[in-house]
Design a protein around this ligand. Structure first.
Ligand code: F6P
Length: 319
């Protein structure tokens, strides 16, 4: 293999730049040429491709977002779109592709591999919803952003003795909400993986209030529904003054944490190793602090699950 490509796709995540840097530097270390594909699969279809050098990825390890930009591309879901992408790769004599993104991006990589074009996936999404890896790039940074925001909300919640519903991202996964809830001592954590027990939420609030608690924090994953409607239900059921904050896209930005930078560096480098070993259709990940790789099709066919012990613990600690 002489030339490889790298792209970022789907929702961006802090640490994607560190992963791009690792891919580029590791590839050049092994005397490969590396090409950056701009704007994800959309840029691939359009041939928006440029050669990356050692210096192209200087001063990006600490930056959020992705220097290659990202996009969600409907056309690439079609056979025609994938074919156009392969033609562009062949035109530039790129023999293997590293895709940094979430499960939607991996479906594209899976299709290209099925069509005979070798791809390796690197999990980059704040949602932490990919099987076969304990953590995805960006999750730790997003989590820390959420914690910082909740700590601030807590101050005003105490001053005004209010109940706060904080809606966090995660798409259909509850990891961000669960980890944030545990890290911030939330009264209740509502995630799509667990049935919403409204009575339990209400009785926790009432218990706390009777005990003289000055405020309450409830974390709701976006996959459960709207924070605003939930807040209204809570206010009606308890008569406690309730406010809602939807944290939104702030969760996707910012300088990556040390943990995300290290993870991204290790995963990006491993992806290059796999291409050099002649592997295709694999996803790299971290499990028990070991860098592993799995078949992308297997990963995509399994349902993401949350850590049940952590969920149980969050209930036990917020009695
Ligand atoms: O997958 C990352 C994520 O931020 C999800 O948490 C969220 O549901 C989604 O992307 C938002 O997507 P978009 O950027 O297309 O609005």
């Amino acid at each position: 293999m002489r030339k490889i490509g790298v792209l970022t796709s789907g929702g961006d995540a802090p640490g994607m730049n560190a992963a791009i840097r690792a891919v580029v530097r590791k590839a050049i270390y092994h005397d490969l040429e590396v090409y950056g594909i701009k704007n994800g699969y959309q840029g691939l279809i359009e041939g928006n491709i440029e050669k990356l050098e050692i210096g192209s990825v200087g001063d990006i390890i600490q930056r959020g977002g992705t220097m290659l930009r990202s996009a969600r591309c409907e056309e690439f879901k079609t056979d025609e779109g994938q074919q156009k992408g392969i033609e562009q790769l062949k035109k530039h004599e790129i023999e293997g592709l590293i895709v940094i993104g979430g499960d939607g991006s991996f479906r594209g990589a899976q299709k290209l591999t099925e069509k005979g074009y070798p791809c390796i996936g690197v999990p980059g999404t704040i949602d932490n919803d990919i099987n076969g890896t304990d953590f995805t790039i960006g999750f730790d940074t997003a989590l820390n952003t959420i914690i910082e925001a909740i700590d601030k909300i807590r101050d005003t919640a105490t001053s005004h003795e209010r109940t706060y519903i904080i809606e966090v991202m995660g798409r259909d996964a509850g990891d961000l909400a669960l980890w944030a809830g545990l890290a911030d001592g939330a009264e209740s954590i509502l995630i799509p993986e667990k049935a919403d027990d409204f009575d339990d939420v209400i009785s926790r609030l009432k218990r706390g209030h009777e005990r003289g608690k000055k405020h309450s924090i409830i974390i709701l994953a976006e996959g459960v529904g709207s924070g605003f409607s939930y807040g209204q239900r809570i206010q009606e059921a308890t008569n406690l003054e309730t406010r809602v904050t939807v944290l939104g896209y702030i969760q996707r930005g910012g300088s990556p944490t040390a943990s995300d930078r290290v993870l991204a560096s290790r995963l990006g480098a491993k992806a290059v190793d796999l291409l050099l070993e002649g592997k295709a259709g694999r996803m790299v990940g971290i499990q028990n602090n070991k860098i592993v790789d799995h078949n992308i099709t297997d990963i995509l066919s399994k349902q993401h699950t949350i850590n049940d012990d952590m969920y149980k613990l969050s209930k036990e600690l917020s009695i």
